[in-house]
Design a protein around this ligand. Structure first.
Ligand SMILES: NC(=O)c1ccc[n+]([C@@H]2O[C@H](COP(=O)([O-])OP(=O)(O)OC[C@H]3O[C@@H](n4cnc5c(N)ncnc54)[C@H](O)[C@@H]3O)[C@@H](O)[C@H]2O)c1
Length: 256
């Protein structure tokens, strides 16, 4: 049953979830559909995106699957255009795509550095730009990039990941300024460690797991569900004067 409280309603919004087949993207996509949004699941893994979209459709939502590679400008533009062509316009973008590559700076492979920048930074910029190109002329829209606590804090071994996430957070502020007058809002959400396939290398190793846990004041890892209210709020009308912010949903990690 779609929620109709105007402050928090996203019913009938057309929303593209990039990385929508992933550990965070899929629960987000499910929540948006549950609240009556039309949801496009866009992912590098096209077959997983199709399975997710079919699941939403079976549950009565309007959903579609899109093959997306955020490192390609053309792919980003085609994905956003596909939503607009299918449902009339693009109201929201949630970019939950990304990769996690860490290692000591002295031995970090150049390819890990480059892939982190290409996907997490250049990719999130290209996708936001493709969405903005449709939203600015229509004078409405909300863009959310899932960055990380690493947008703000430094961890050893995180040069590539932290650079990509800090860059994505700052691009969020720049785009928010460029598009504020057009009524297009650009924000980010920074989660702490959350068990998903991406975080398996932290969670599965007892030493890194305990180190990571010890840094979270609330003494637990995040869950995808912890992010849902923030995503919904940033997409909804209740947040219509809120732009250029990085909302850390992190159990206190960034203040510790
Ligand atoms: N899980 C965590 O602990 C955590 C914490 C903070 C931030 N984040 C960020 O949240 C986002 C989602 O992470 P997750 O945990 O869901 O990871 P995940 O690996 O479960 O999902 C990531 C999704 O992104 C897709 N993807 C990868 N490269 C892509 C590309 N080039 N184009 C399009 N899609 C691509 C993958 O196919 C996958 O479905 C990432 O940006 C990650 O950095 C995750």
């Amino acid at each position: 049953m779609p929620h109709q409280d105007p402050l928090f309603s996203i019913a009938r919004q057309n929303i593209l979830v990039a990385g929508g087949a992933g550990g965070l993207g899929w629960p987000i996509a499910q929540e948006l559909a549950r609240r009556g949004a039309n949801v496009a699941i866009a992912d590098l893994d096209e077959s997983k995106a199709m399975t997710c979209a079919e699941t939403l459709t079976r549950q009565g939502a309007r959903a579609l699957a899109i093959a997306l590679n955020v490192t390609s400008r053309h792919s980003c533009e085609a994905a956003c255009q596909h939503v607009a062509n299918t449902w009339g316009c693009l109201d929201g973008l949630v970019n939950a795509s990304g990769i996690y590559r860490v290692g000591p700076a002295l031995s970090l492979a150049n390819q890990d550095w480059q892939n982190s920048i290409d996907i997490n930074l250049t990719g999130s910029f290209q996708l936001a730009r493709a969405a903005g190109a449709l939203m600015v002329p229509q004078k409405s829209g909300s863009i959310i990039t899932i960055t990380s606590v690493s947008s703000r804090i430094a961890n050893p071994n995180y040069a590539a990941y932290a650079a990509s996430k800090a860059g994505a957070a700052h691009v969020t502020r720049v785009l928010a300024l460029e598009w504020a007058a057009a009524g297009v809002r650009v924000n980010a959400i920074g989660p702490a460690v959350t068990p998903t396939p991406l975080a398996a290398q932290i969670i599965d190793d007892p030493v890194t797991r305990n180190n990571a846990l010890a840094k979270i004041p609330m003494q637990r890892f995040g869950t995808p569900q912890d992010l849902l209210a923030s995503v919904v709020f940033l997409l909804a009308d209740g947040a219509k004067f809120l732009t250029g912010q990085i909302l850390y949903v992190d159990g206190g990690r960034t203040i510790s």
